[in-house]
Write a protein that binds this ligand. Structure first.
Ligand SMILES: [Zn+2]
Length: 270
């Protein structure tokens, strides 16, 4: 059985990295266990628990599984707490995320729920597909569309300790990444200047509220990897310091602001 997602319909391939990313964001570590299933594989699986030893794991013969049509995949948990341990409702949480991305979740099936199973039925269920295409081979021919001219692959990119799985085009050994994905990875704002036709990647400058002696101040900051890098001058100012660069010493200096010194003197004087 294959775990290769590139054997799936391009629409499913596009969903998977985003789905995995969202799961990870919610602390759910998901592993893909099964993608496309050939006739041989489906026949063998169907035999299991019937003519061959083992537990029954599928209710359908070829080509009545969406796995045969490249429209389904199975998952398990990969957090070391047991691949199919569902004591904490783990699969339902993942199911909810899958549904957000337009997938059907096998856990919703009334008669034979299949919690690890996800499928995309935007082209119909297997009965519809069989009626229209008879066999998966014929359906696969329709996959060769504009997008299928290119090979989509998943690549892991890392920036500042943050790892992101991006769905990229691999063309003659070179990877082509969506600028939006890259900007997100690098924590940049993306803008497009219609006049110059230039795509601009800017640092994400956020305003962060800080409370100093119960007084609220707004400080410009850049957020990278969940750390706020605050504008030194503004922060120093709020804390009652002045800051600057000493050319001779080649050092950034902090000094107490005059007003504060006066205040201190005044307090001392009392
Ligand atoms: Zn399945």
């Amino acid at each position: 059985m294959s775990r290769d997602i590139t054997l799936l319909h391009p629409d499913v391939q596009h969903i998977i990295p985003n789905f995995l990313e969202e799961c990870k964001k919610q602390g759910l570590i998901v592993k893909i266990t099964d993608t496309l299933r050939s006739k041989n594989e489906q026949d063998n699986l169907y035999a299991q628990g019937r003519t061959k030893p083992g537990k029954i794991v599928t209710w359908v013969k070829y080509p009545y599984s969406n796995h045969n049509w490249g429209m389904a995949f199975d998952i398990c948990r990969n957090d070391g707490k047991g691949a199919y341990n569902d004591n904490d409702g783990w699969f339902k949480k993942v199911g909810k995320i899958g549904k957000k991305f337009g997938l059907d979740w096998g856990g919703d099936w009334k008669n034979t729920p299949d919690k690890p199973h996800f499928e995309l039925t935007k082209y119909g269920n297997t009965n519809t597909l069989i009626k229209k295409y008879t066999l998966p081979e014929n359906f696969k021919k329709t996959w060769i569309n504009e997008e299928k001219k290119y090979m989509f692959v998943n690549r892991n990119y890392s920036y500042n300790g943050k790892i992101k799985c991006l769905n990229v085009i691999n063309e003659k050994g070179e990877n082509y990444v969506k600028i939006r994905d890259l900007a997100e990875l690098l924590n940049k704002n993306i803008k497009y200047d219609n006049e110059t036709k230039i795509t601009i990647l800017d640092d994400i400058i956020e305003n962060v509220k800080v409370l100093v002696n119960n007084k609220e101040h707004i400080i410009k900051s850049v957020k990278i990897n969940d750390f706020n890098f605050m504008n030194t001058r503004e922060l120093a100012n709020v804390l009652g310091y002045e800051t600057g660069y000493n050319e001779t010493l080649q050092k950034i200096y902090f000094t107490l602001k005059n007003s504060i010194i006066h205040k201190l003197n005044f307090i001392k004087g009392r």
